[in-house]
Each structure stands twice: as structure tokens, then as C-alpha cells.
Design a protein around this ligand. Sequence first.
Ligand SMILES: Cc1cc2nc3c(=O)[nH]c(=O)nc-3n(C[C@H](O)[C@H](O)[C@H](O)COP(=O)(O)OP(=O)(O)OC[C@H]3O[C@@H](n4cnc5c(N)ncnc54)[C@H](O)[C@@H]3O)c2cc1C
Ligand code: SF4
Ligand code: SF4
Ligand code: SF4
Length: 388
Amino acid sequence: MKNLYIKKEECCGCGACVDACPKGAVRMLVDREGFRYPRVDEKLCVDCGRCEQVCPVRETAGSKSAKEEERNVRQYFGVQAKEEKIRYESSSGGMFPVLAGYVLKRQGVVYGASYGKDMKVVHREVRSLKELDSIKRTKYVQSSLRGIYKRAERQLKADRWVLFCGTPCQARGLMLYLKKSYPKLIVADLVCYGAPSPGVWRDYVKDLEKKRGGQITDFSFRDKRMHDSGHTCAYVAGGKEYEGSLYADAYCRMYFSNHIIRPSCHECRFCTVGRSSDFTIGDFWGIEKVKPELDDGMGTSMVIVHTEKAKEIWEAVKDQLSWFACEEKDVLQPRLTEPTKAARSRKVFMTFYRMLPFSVFRVCFLAAVSAASLLKRMAAVCKMWQKP
Ligand SMILES: Cc1cc2nc3c(=O)[nH]c(=O)nc-3n(C[C@H](O)[C@H](O)[C@H](O)COP(=O)(O)OP(=O)(O)OC[C@H]3O[C@@H](n4cnc5c(N)ncnc54)[C@H](O)[C@@H]3O)c2cc1C
Ligand code: SF4
Ligand code: SF4
Ligand code: SF4
């Protein structure tokens, strides 16, 4: 086995191949854009092919998963956790913590993304409601799943309930890794804008720590203190809290202007409604049009129920939610129809990111973005003047 991918677009970085290799021959290495890619040690490799079998990018469109999807009859919902605290502490309507509660009540385990050492984003296993807080809330950084596929399999073999929540490619990686379905496995995948670079995140955190003169210990990308549907980000540096608009934060601007998203995300095949997971969860975009009375600025989740198992679980948890049934067209949003397009200036951005110290790069980026938006506005005004 020489290489698991040729073009960068062919690897989403899910890490399933690392856990799957029986010889420990696959390691993740960081590239110059700050993303992790697998490297095979040919001396250890015995050419068993297991790493290829678990790869969600290699899987073809006519695979079993696609056929399974056709059989499923989907249901669509808008939901808000009835318990205000749950909704407040989640990024959307709190569907994930409600599902997690279902599993934890049955002495199961839940996997989700948390902050580890130096604010690195890693998936971890939690076993109690107290631990659950660390894996709630959206982290706009690609998470590392090292060892998680193996752990989940061990728990399932021990007949425990398992809830896995992650990006669709990670969720599919888990399903391929497991080879078979387990009655006590619940897979919830997210609507996914794309995975931002962990390297850029690390540099941003270091830069912010320098600026604030203290260590960052928490970062909430979708904070709800302003009742603005989570369009505020808040963080703790040196024990002090800071907050600001999501769109004014340098890192978030890099993300939402499509400069720091993984190459594979721009060709992602999971930007669809049809998935092989049990649940798909995301923000209910357009709630103000579909149910304006629910648009209170505190978040609503959209939920797609894909499987019979998910329908049973939905019946068991729906009393903890204020919910309404809707149609596919109501939940549709860009990331359920097509992948995010890369910024035209992504290449230039990455070149300067590699060349400059991050603090200088950040200032240059913000200046360039402001100049570009000023030019755009000026062009629009000129156009208006030219109109008869
Ligand atoms: C990178 C990313 C991009 C997203 N893009 C969109 C989008 O375009 N449109 C949309 O509608 N929704 C998107 N979401 C999903 C949305 O932000 C919420 O996570 C989702 O609605 C669940 O919210 P909740 O209130 O039910 O639960 P929450 O309590 O907010 O739970 C969030 C769940 O996501 C998991 N998670 C958090 N960060 C990561 C990560 N980096 N990698 C993998 N899993 C993670 C957590 O472990 C938890 O299980 C995105 C999420 C991520 C992580
Ligand atoms: S072919 Fe087998 S031994 Fe070689 S890297 Fe892949 S999983 Fe490991
Ligand atoms: S399994 Fe995941 S990390 Fe490994 S090559 Fe495939 S996409 Fe990349
Ligand atoms: S956009 Fe697609 S490839 Fe990228 S993280 Fe999300 S699911 Fe994976």
C-alpha cells in the first residue's frame, strides 16, 4: 500500500484508516495548510486492504449505503429542547443533548467533539451528564478521531448503547469501520459547511493568547447570550470573558469566507439529504419563514429521521422537545444540496499564511477583506448612479 490518496481532495481526514490498520502502519501527518493526512509506513504494511475498505471517500456511489438510503422513508422536524438550559447551552435547538440523554440513561456512551490540550479539538467518550457539557456545542475546527473508532467498537461488542455525533464523513467512516450494524448504535451526523484547518486554529489561539495575555480555556463559536441565534462568539482568556460578533472574529471570517476549509470538503458527497446515518441534525435555516412564532433567537434544530431505529428513538424523546413536522423543502439549505465553494483567493491566502507570522497575517487578511468589501460597495453605488 503506497498511498491512500493521490489528490488532497480524495482524503477527508476522518482517520478511520488509522484505527483500522492491524499493523499500526498508518499515521496522520500535518500538511502546510494545517490539515492531517494519512501516511503509510511501507515497512509495516502487509497489503491487507483494510484501510481502503473503511475509507468514506473511496466508497462508490452505487455502494450498499446508497441502496439502504433509497429504502428509508425519511421524516423531517423542527425541534427545540423544552428545557431552556439545554437549548441555551447548545448551538441550535439542543437535539444532540436530548439524544445523548437517551443513551446515558441506558448506561451507554456518547462520542462528540471537545477541547483537549492547547484547545486542540478531539473527539472523546463521555459516560455521564456531567461530562456531556464538554462535547456539546459546535467547534468550527476539524476534530481528531484517533482511537475513537476502536473504542466505539469495543463498547458495542460489550452490548452498550453508543451515540456517535460528528461530520457525515466521520459518521460514514465509523459505519465502514464497524463493517456491520449494531442494534444499540445511534449515528447522528451534522449538516456540514466544511472542516476548517486545525493548524490555522492553533495559530489563531496562540495569537489570541498573546494579545489577551492569558491562556484560552474555552471558546464558544455559537454563543446565545445576545439572543441572536448563536451569532456571537465568546471565549475565556486568562480567566476573563470576551465576546463579539461571529462575523467580526478573524478566525470565523477566514472560515466563512471559505479560505481555511479542507480541499475534500469542496467536493464533498455528503451535502445531500440522503444519508446512511440514523439522524441528521443542523440549524433550522429559514425558521422565520416556516414557523415565525418559534424564531426567538435561541436556536432551532432541524432533524432528519432516516431509519426505523431512529423513528423508535424519536418517539421516546419527542416529549422533551417542542417540535413540528415539516417537509424536505422546509429544511433544505445550501449544505444539503451542494458543497461549499472554495474562495477564489484560497491559494493566495494559504501562500501568505505559510509565509507570514500569524499576527501580521491576521491584520493583512482583515485589511484585505475590508478593502474588498469597500470596493464591492463602491461598485454597487456606481452601478446605481449609472441607472437612468
Ligand atoms: C464544522 C461544522 C460545520 C457545520 N455546518 C453547518 C451548516 O452549514 N448548516 C447547519 O445547519 N448546521 C451546521 N453544523 C451543525 C450545527 O452547528 C450544530 O452542531 C447542530 O445543529 C447540532 O446542534 P444541537 O443544538 O443539536 O447540539 P449541540 O449541543 O450544539 O451539539 C453539537 C454536536 O456537534 C458535535 N461537534 C461539535 N464540533 C464538532 C466538530 N468540529 N466535528 C465533529 N463534530 C462536532 C458535538 O460533539 C455535538 O455532538 C455544523 C457543525 C460543525 C461542527
Ligand atoms: S493495507 Fe493493511 S497493513 Fe497496509 S496500511 Fe492498509 S490496513 Fe495497514
Ligand atoms: S479513511 Fe479517512 S483519513 Fe483515511 S484516507 Fe480515507 S478519508 Fe483519508
Ligand atoms: S464537508 Fe464533507 S468532507 Fe468536509 S468535513 Fe463535512 S462531511 Fe467531511
